[in-house]
Design a protein around this ligand. Sequence first.
Ligand SMILES: O=C(O)CCC(=O)C(=O)O
Ligand SMILES: [Fe+2]
Length: 263
Amino acid sequence: MILPDLKTRIADLDTADIARHLDDKGWAVVPRLLDDAQCQALKADYGSDGLYRSTVHMQRHGFGRGEYRYFRYPLPDPVATLRGAFYPLLAGIANDWWAAMGRTTLFPADHDSFLAQCALGGQSRPTPLILRYGAGDYNCLHQDLYGALHFPFQVAILLSRPDEDFSGGEFVMTEQRPRMQSRPHVVPLGQGDAVIFAVDEAPRQGTRGTYRVKLRHGVSEIRHGERFTLGVIFHDAMWDMADRVGFEPTVSLHPRRFSRPLP
Ligand SMILES: O=C(O)CCC(=O)C(=O)O
Ligand SMILES: [Fe+2]
């Protein structure tokens, strides 16, 4: 089922404004994308075992503390609508970023074609997920890379109310910069807000051309209550379990400077 209102809302978003925020910070917020009822329904479905292909206890893998569940195909709504509607909006920005970083592959305009590319490379397990944290839980800085192929953006939607359902539990990102100290970001989110953010690398303009920064995201400790998030990742996964990348390299990023290709 496609949710026409949600689909139209996403299609009507100001792509240029989102691109500016992503270029500037590596993330952009869409306020109140899901309403209370949609957030409640997603949270209530956390216990519906049949919707999920696997459940991950983060502590067992050293990913932090808390739990998440990967949806199985076919994705339920609004997850399917969100994934299908955000992809075309972001594919153009993704192609601009890839070109700025000197990469030649192009992202197709529709999500089904991109998923077909993932499947050809052995990545066919669905990656959208719901995360649940209680008091004392947190999510270590990581990247949701599940194979050789990845789409450069993902979306997370906060399903709980800050200060009412939970306190603490802020969505954080670090931006690792070549030969510079890392820059922290704390993204302010209310219930139903969506944050679009960079999965891995982002291009930045320097005085000597474009350079790359590496982004990781996570969640600070929940002080009280319960916090749920819906995560929408556009590439499918090669692995069966919760593989994700989070290790800090022990050496600084190789600078990899290059210039924007000529038009
Ligand atoms: O709970 C959060 O806000 C972070 C979710 C996350 O790591 C993701 O959606 O990939
Ligand atoms: Fe994540």
